[in-house]
Design a protein around this ligand. Structure first.
Ligand SMILES: *[C@@H]1O[C@H](CO)[C@@H](O)[C@H](O)[C@H]1NC(C)=O
Ligand SMILES: *[C@@H]1O[C@H](CO)[C@@H](O)[C@H](O)[C@H]1NC(C)=O
Ligand SMILES: *[C@@H]1O[C@H](CO)[C@@H](O)[C@H](O)[C@H]1NC(C)=O
Ligand SMILES: *[C@@H]1O[C@H](CO)[C@@H](O)[C@H](O)[C@H]1NC(C)=O
Length: 394
């Protein structure tokens, strides 16, 4: 059985992490004080995001998700863009909470321990276009914020009458708020306008995330974890779809220019959160560097019990990436020469980082969660495994 401590960063990262740990000591003392003297207890999680953390919202609004999504853990499509559980699922498990109900789920939701506002293809900025034109979700971050405000209003006014599945009003101040969004703002126009074009509105994306934290603070939120963006230059889908020269590939087969642009964005987010921390001294705002964790997995999959980094498990076409944008995971298409082809899953998703070319496998999500719980990839360091009584993630 894996433990939280099993994620071993290589020596370089470990040294960097321990320096950060020392520098962050003062801040962590503050955090510890705020998260009660003894053990932290989060009775709920409210999550905002895109497909990386959608637990069924998109597919509740636009049914129904096809197989082989969900094959590993749920044994059927479970509204998640993976073969199994997501990081948000593992976080809920670790905190002893049930999986989060999507806010958009109209049948049988239970919001007593939080809600998930994330939907697949969501952006931070309001979309200019329709789902049916460009595939961008209408539930952008501002809409997700409106939804939690409405949930809180409902919880305050309706709880005594029909409060079976609504959160207790006190939960809005004691919950953990997680924000994992921005990837679609970064990537959806990347092919058409390039890195230079995208960079023009990235400051807006970062500001909007910080502003959302402020708004959530105003409805009572005090503990926030904001995830940075993953190294999309290592994603099988983008390696196939985005223009690049072969000299742009590093020894791991990832595109240097796109990954560098992601790092620039992440630094901007980190900086913006630092300012927000000064503005909201009573809040704990944690920047979670999932980028470094995922880069590690893409570059050294074998060090973590995986086999393939930049190759998708579920895809079509084989080769280095096993990804064909015309035959996305779960799809069957007639391609040019008239014959039908299907995109099916590999037999060993537990050996892959990438599930479908864009999203991570359950195996990778579990490793990412273990690293997050460890805390050394967060700024300020936020070792949930020390601060909280965690449940094992199975
Ligand atoms: C995090 O992982 C590092 C490296 O494996 C380890 O030295 C450290 O003790 C871990 N920290 C916590 C809080 O688990
Ligand atoms: C939306 O459209 C406006 C004007 O056409 C443009 O300036 C803006 O960058 C677009 N936003 C996004 C997120 O693409
Ligand atoms: C985030 O910014 C802080 C300074 O506010 C810095 O100490 C830390 O190393 C940065 N974290 C990452 C992962 O870049
Ligand atoms: C922070 O919380 C303390 C104690 O509840 C309160 O006295 C103080 O006014 C708060 N500070 C801000 C900036 O809200």
């Amino acid at each position: 059985m894996r433990t939280y401590h099993q994620f071993r960063a290589p020596a370089g990262l470990r040294r960097a992490a321990s320096t950060r740990l020392m520098l962050g000591l003062l801040m962590i003392l503050g955090l510890l004080g705020r998260l009660t003297e003894a053990k932290c207890k989060f009775p709920a999680i409210f999550n905002f995001g895109d497909s990386n953390s959608d637990t069924g919202g998109f597919w509740a609004a636009f049914p129904a998700q096809p197989g082989p999504f969900g094959m590993t853990y749920f044994k059927k499509p479970a509204g998640r863009a993976s073969d199994g559980r997501l990081v948000i699922d593992f976080l809920a498990e670790a905190l002893g909470l049930p999986f989060l109900s999507p806010y958009l789920k109209s049948v049988g939701p239970d919001f007593r321990h939080g809600a998930n506002f994330a939907t697949l293809a969501s952006t931070v900025l309001l979309p200019n276009t329709s789902l049916f034109v460009s595939g961008i979700s209408p539930f952008s971050l501002a809409i997700q914020l409106n939804q939690i405000k409405d949930l809180k209003a409902q919880a305050l006014s309706l709880r005594s009458q029909l409060g079976h599945n609504l959160p207790h009003p006190s939960i809005f101040s004691s919950a953990l708020y997680t924000i994992d969004i921005g990837q679609n703002d970064f990537t959806s126009n990347l092919k058409s306008i390039g890195i230079v074009g995208v960079k023009q509105y990235l400051p807006q994306v970062v500001n909007q995330i910080s502003w959302t934290i402020k708004e959530l603070y105003d409805i009572g939120g005090r503990s926030f974890m904001a995830f940075n963006l993953a190294p999309i230059g290592c994603y099988p889908a983008f390696l196939e779809e985005l223009p690049h020269d072969t000299w742009d590939l590093d020894i791991f087969g990832c595109m240097v220019s796109y990954n560098k642009a992601v790092v620039d964005y992440n630094n901007m987010l980190n900086e913006s959160l630092t300012q927000m921390r000064e503005m909201l001294p009573n809040a704990s705002i944690v920047y979670v560097d999932t980028h470094s964790i995922k880069l590690e997995l893409f570059q050294h999959p074998k060090d973590y019990g995986l086999k393939y980094g930049t190759r998708a498990c579920c895809g079509y076409g084989g080769g280095a990436h096993n990804f064909n944008p015309d035959v996305y995971c779960g799809k069957t298409k007639v391609i040019i020469n008239g014959h039908m082809v299907s995109s099916t899953a590999c037999e060993d998703p537990q050996s892959y980082v990438s599930w479908d070319g864009i999203h991570a496998t359950e195996a990778a999500n579990k490793l990412v969660t273990q690293a997050i719980l460890n805390g050394s990839f967060s700024h300020p360091p936020f070792p949930l495994s020390k601060l909280c009584d965690l449940h094992p993630i199975g």
